[in-house]
Unconditional design. Structure first.
Length: 267
């Protein structure tokens, strides 16, 4: 190599290659996502492939890095989800199908022993209340959602967005990545499915900006006050109150269906 070639090579390294290397090392991805799964693991073994194909793969293709966090419960007893579904949580390791980066499994019995159910359910108004078993299930789900959020925030990975997705749904359409992840993403926006709203909004999926996640993820903390001031707690009704109070909802076409512990699909 001549002296001129050496000078040209050095020039290219200093002016072109080295700045590119520095940019790669010092500039983080535009988006960084935490996927949060929460609640009972009743059908992950039936649905995990749909999560990989319809959620994880579109994110990979879009170049959006993500980590998976999962919180679930165990119990000494079979847990009755409703009269059509009973789940054994004692030795349930179905969460492994979802391949979380971080997992936490806590005692559901201990949680229920340490809450005051009367703050959420007014026995003297039981004719107006949600069924006690369903409300119990909802409180466990809300607490699980709170705990999985705390897990991802405590990791200090500077996530830009948090996604919540129930682990017991079969995803039927690709995640609309381009609709959600945009440079025009409003920090107050919350992306939710545009169906199955019942008395409020669908509460089985959401994407929110990390800096505004706590209003959504920590709903259980505000539930007693909501019950006092707004009446009975029903999942979709309560989440609508929170979303309308603190967010700007954006409804997206993203389809999934619940799957029972025996593999049955049920909306």
């Amino acid at each position: 190599m001549t002296s001129i070639q050496s000078l040209i090579a050095l020039f290219l390294y200093i002016c072109v290659i080295f700045p590119c290397l520095c940019a790669t090392e010092t500039h983080p991805p535009q988006f960084r996502l935490a996927i949060c799964y929460w609640g009972l693991q009743r059908s992950s073994k039936f649905v995990y492939e749909s999560h990989a194909a319809q959620v994880h793969e579109p994110l990979h293709k879009a170049g959006i890095p993500f980590d998976i966090y999962l919180h679930t419960w165990y119990s000494k007893e079979f847990w009755v989800v409703d009269k059509r579904d009973t789940v054994s949580t004692a030795n349930n390791t179905d969460w492994t199908y979802l391949r979380p980066n971080v997992v936490q499994v806590d005692s559901q019995d201990e949680f229920l022993q340490n809450i005051s159910f009367s703050e959420f359910y007014y026995a003297h108004e039981k004719h107006n209340e949600w069924l006690p078993q369903l409300l119990n299930n909802h409180l466990c789900a809300l607490e699980s959602q709170k705990r999985v959020t705390n897990m991802c925030l405590s990791a200090n990975k500077n996530y830009t967005h948090i996604m919540f997705l129930r682990p017991d749904v079969r995803v039927q359409s690709p995640l609309p990545v381009e609709s959600i992840f945009s440079t025009k993403f409003d920090p107050k926006a919350i992306y939710i499915p545009n169906y199955d709203h019942y008395e409020g909004y669908n509460d089985r999926f959401a994407v929110v900006h990390a800096q505004n996640v706590l209003w959504y993820s920590h709903r259980i903390d505000f539930a007693p006050r909501y019950r006092r001031e707004h009446g009975r707690i029903i999942s979709e009704k309560y989440v609508k109150f929170v979303v309308d109070s603190f967010y700007s909802p954006v409804f997206i076409d993203f389809k999934f269906i619940r799957v029972r512990s025996d593999g049955r699909e049920e909306a």
